[in-house]
Design a protein around this ligand. Structure first.
Ligand code: AMP
Length: 426
């Protein structure tokens, strides 16, 4: 099915296209029409099924922007998931003007959350504990809630949030819509569903039908002479934070580290013959963010236990196809999303064919971004962040400063352009 087949607004269809989604996933196909009709849902589906978009679309369809009080609340077990879900709502809702989404979770200063809540938000994504905290402080009023989502309900129960969840549900209006998602269906979940849902539609997506691989794999045609330059463009264009680069030999590792360092990247090598102490030091630098790129051989990379590597880059294609699977498995840990980029010279090409023959992997061929494209992407990243700040943060004090200092009539677009230039040159 296609997203155009749903009875949803054009601005959402447009955003979905911009996100690059073409076909719906099974959970979306089954849950969206029912949820749009106002039905309650129990979705047995895992991360990777596309469940977030499945509940975000119906919620966004219902949001009434002029009313700046919470209309939907999404409960998630962890801070990471809250941030992820809030981000997904912002993306799907990127064409809805003035939409305000707030993630509230423990560990974040409450003051900022209070200020944003005070100014009014439409959708709250939170961990049950922090949501209760806001209810008790009187900063979160659930009277206008029309939809409640329990995301990863089994995880929340495992974490001991049962009482909090029930309390939140009891604090929301009875006529609300309740959407519950859980990878497993223990009795306790069934009990909650029975108590708090109205004739829910049960949707089960078999876990083997995991439709979306968490690791997005791209290959890039290059040649030996341009490999380093092309890789640098990828690192810039995809705004790579922590990455692990694999080379086939130690000599190549040293070469790549030298090249990257001379270009100003914070890179270091991990060698198989390093002492445990040195290895430990390098890994610590990587974990603390003192270096952002680790260049390693297959042997040296064994036992790297870092969860937030966003991209694995194969500077060389491994000759043993099994290594490819091991290498890319270093990203997309702990439920995170990950990318695997493979640089393919004419020398590497047969090995990539071999990998595709041996494993059912989907590796999409892409072209190396041009310098212009790298620039465009870098600008867009800054502007995306600006938009997110406009949506989510309290800017009153800064607006006053700008008003006070632009009395001579500077053009705001010009000012924004100058700020962008400053940020980009830093
Ligand atoms: P989830 O199961 O909600 O954690 O989603 C897993 C990932 O799949 C997220 O990164 C989504 O952005 C992405 N996704 C959701 N729906 C689709 C779709 N129809 N096609 C491709 N990717 C999708």
């Amino acid at each position: 099915m296609n997203f155009d087949d749903f009875n949803i607004s054009d601005n959402i269809k447009k955003a979905i296209k911009e996100m690059g989604f073409e076909k719906t996933t099974p959970i979306q196909e089954m849950a969206i029409p029912a949820a749009l009709k106002g039905q309650d849902i129990i979705g047995q589906a895992q991360t990777g099924s596309g469940k977030t978009v499945a509940f975000v679309i119906p919620i966004l369809e219902k949001v009434f922007i002029p009313d700046r009080s919470p209309q939907a609340i999404i409960l998630c077990p962890t801070r990471e998931l809250c941030i992820q879900v809030a981000g997904e709502i912002e993306k799907v809702g990127s064409n809805i003007k003035k939409l305000k989404v707030l993630a509230v979770y423990g560990g974040q200063p409450i003051g900022k959350q209070l200020r944003v809540l005070n100014k009014g938000v439409h959708i709250v994504v939170g961990t049950p504990g922090r949501v209760i905290d806001h209810i008790e402080r009187g900063s979160l009023d659930l009277i206008g809630i029309e939809s409640v989502v329990l995301d990863e309900a089994d995880e929340m129960l495992d974490m001991g949030f049962r009482e909090d969840i029930e309390r939140i549900l009891r604090n929301t209006p009875h006529q609300r819509q309740t959407l519950l998602f859980s990878a497993t269906m223990p009795d306790e979940i069934k009990r909650i569903a029975k108590m708090y849902q109205k004739k829910p539609k049960f949707i089960k997506i078999a876990s083997t039908k995991k439709t979306i691989p968490k690791i997005t794999q791209y290959s890039f045609k290059t040649d030996e002479k341009h490999k380093v330059e092309d890789m640098a463009r990828l690192i810039d264009a995809y705004d790579v934070k922590l990455s692990l680069i694999f080379c086939n030999t130690k000599k190549r590792v040293d070469y790549v580290v030298r090249q990257l360092k001379s270009r100003g990247y914070k890179a270091d090598a991990l060698h198989g013959d390093m002492t445990q102490k040195v290895r430990y030091k390098v890994m610590n630098k990587f974990r603390n963010g003192n270096i952002s790129i680790l260049v390693a051989t297959d042997v040296a990379a064994r036992g790297i236990d870092v969860d937030n590597i966003s991209v694995v880059i194969n500077f060389d294609v491994p000759q043993n196809p099994e290594y490819y699977i091991h290498r890319i498995g270093r990203t997309a840990r702990a439920g995170n999303k990950g990318y695997a980029f493979t640089l393919v010279s004419s020398y590497d090409a047969p090995y990539l064919v071999n990998i595709k023959k041996n494993y059912k992997v989907k590796i999409t061929q892409k072209s190396i971004p041009t310098l212009r494209e790298v620039e465009d992407i870098k600008n867009k990243l800054v502007l995306d962040e600006v938009k997110s700040i406009i949506r989510n943060e309290d800017l009153d004090d800064y607006i006053k400063v700008i008003r006070k200092n632009s009395s001579s009539g500077e053009d705001c677009v010009e000012m924004a352009a100058a700020l962008l230039k400053m940020v980009r040159q830093n």
